[in-house]
Design a protein around this ligand. Structure first.
Ligand code: SF4
Length: 275
């Protein structure tokens, strides 16, 4: 059972390492900003890190650069040192899935555990006050968890405000509700369509991986990526989400967000990758 601390208890701990994992997503980024702006002593000793799977969107790297400048500290890059394709071979070409999350284990969890080693560590996690879920913080007894947004009663709109006032909101949120690998199987159909439109070369790469994968498995159960985006386009038309070039950007942004079911059950499963 992972031990949870309050932020006051965490601040009083002068012996442990303090770490904050950035996923490239909005909540962990807002947490780093919140710590820097409100807990400068903690910020000074905080180790900000990013688990790089090598399959992130270019927008994520750009955003990390902006965040790094704002924090005035290096964001330490950790990772498995092997690309996804290596792990796919190790798993006999079977694609990862919500039930077979070897990607998270090999490309996120193990690098994190190896990074912290056997040191006593306090891990800061960006779960908000309006969320009811636990984040992965490892079952290792030397790792304790803190949820500063819960302690400070900060909810979704507060998180957006923190980002608007500092580093901005990562660009890919205009078409995707989470960070993580470009081929992440937790994506919804409209996000696959967003990938095709914004990063056609990555969409083609994901299709290629799907074609070569073992036993005819697909990223989305029961259909190929081409079928997924076809359905997404159909649904988009039905919902009237096609914008003309004259639609103001602000309106596009609001309507896309309204149609995104953020914080759905799948997000809970992917918390270490997308928080
Ligand atoms: S983002 Fe998705 S594909 Fe990437 S490691 Fe996490 S669960 Fe796996």
């Amino acid at each position: 059972m992972v031990k949870h601390l309050t932020i006051q208890q965490a601040m009083a701990d002068t012996h442990s390492r303090h770490v904050l994992g950035l996923s490239g997503g909005k909540d962990s980024a807002a947490l780093a900003v919140h710590i820097k702006d409100n807990y400068p002593d903690l910020h000074d000793k905080m180790e900000y890190f990013f688990s790089d799977t090598g399959a992130e969107l270019s927008e994520v790297y750009e955003f990390l650069g902006v965040l790094e400048s704002y924090l005035g500290k290096e964001i330490i890059r950790i990772g498995s040192e092997r690309p996804f394709e290596h792990w796919l071979k190790v798993h006999n070409d079977f694609l990862p899935s919500p039930k077979q999350r070897w990607c998270t284990v090999n490309m996120k969890l193990k690098p994190f555990e190896s990074y912290v080693g056997n040191d006593d560590v306090i891990s800061y996690i960006g779960i908000r006050a309006d969320e009811h879920r636990d984040g992965y913080v490892s079952t290792k007894p030397n790792i304790k968890a803190v949820f500063p947004f819960k302690d400070d009663d900060l909810e979704r709109e507060d998180i957006y405000q923190i980002l608007r006032d500092s580093v901005g909101i990562p660009k890919y949120y205009e078409w995707r509700s989470r960070s993580g690998c470009y081929f992440c199987f937790f994506q919804r159909r409209d996000e696959w369509l967003g990938l095709k439109r914004h990063h056609p070369e990555l969409f083609e790469k994901a299709k290629e991986i799907e074609r070569k994968s073992g036993n005819g498995y697909t990223w989305v159960q029961g259909m190929t990526l081409d079928q997924v985006v076809e359905l997404a386009e159909k649904k988009e038309k039905e919902k009237g989400l096609i914008f003309s070039d004259k639609t103001p950007d602000k309106l596009k942004w609001q309507r896309v967000l309204e149609n995104m079911e953020e914080d759905d059950a799948d997000d809970q499963a992917c918390i270490i990758c997308s928080l």
